[in-house]
Design a protein around this ligand. Structure first.
Ligand code: AR6
Length: 185
């Protein structure tokens, strides 16, 4: 795993460059789509490396909890299968420009709800990708502001969560985040 780049909020937020699926944390967060049945990007990587147990669990969630698909901003949790992470928290980010001005609120909801679900399940370490900043077209600069503000509010509410890792696929994405973040001092 590549080394940590930098940290915020007394080390409770740490930035990494590399592959999210390599992180041995309590849960990694998947930037899924509402079908929960897989896709490209980080979603594809998680299902490939995590194996069939994740897809099986997603199918059951569709059957029993969300027959019409997981709504944008909501979260569900499954096994991590063969991943080094114990669990996967799946969320659906907003598609940029498709939510009538509610994109920022929906992106914030993904991060806030993922932390809440993790805390409710007693998880202590989490790793998240740049939700919506790939196929879903969210500008990375805007996402950085929203994510850093959201974590600044949410992390103090969950004393049990020791570490939130933000994992960027390459150095450039990480640099954009650092240049646009607005973490509380
Ligand atoms: N590790 C870390 N970051 C990654 C990885 C990885 N292995 N792979 C991609 N990224 P995306 P979205 C980065 O497109 O925009 C899927 O098909 C990537 O560079 O994975 O929320 C789903 O099924 C980008 O910065 O997710 C949905 O249909 C970020 O992860 C749709 O894409 C998110 O890119 C969701 O689109």
């Amino acid at each position: 795993m590549p080394p940590e780049v930098t940290q915020y909020l007394d080390g409770r937020v740490r930035l990494y460059v590399g592959d999210l699926t390599e992180h041995a944390v309590d849960a990694i967060v998947n930037a899924a789509n509402s079908s929960l049945l897989g896709g490209g990007g980080v979603d594809g990587a998680i299902h490939r490396r995590g194996g069939a147990a994740i897809l099986d669990a997603c199918r059951k969630i569709r059957q029993h909890e969300w027959p019409d698909g997981l709504p944008t901003g909501e979260v569900v949790m499954t096994t991590g299968g063969l991943l080094p992470a114990r669990y996967v928290i799946h969320t659906v980010g907003p598609i940029y420009g498709r939510h009538a001005g509610k994109e920022a609120a929906l992106l914030a909801a993904c991060y806030r709800n993922a932390l809440e679900l993790a805390a409710r399940n007693g998880l202590r370490t989490l790793a998240l990708p740049g939700i919506s900043t790939g196929v879903y077209g969210y500008p990375a600069e805007e996402a950085a502001t929203i994510v850093s503000r959201t974590l600044s509010e949410a992390i103090p509410l969950h004393p049990g969560i020791a570490e939130v890792r933000l994992v960027f696929f390459n150095r450039q994405q990480c640099d954009v985040f650092v240049g646009n973040q607005q973490f509380a001092a």
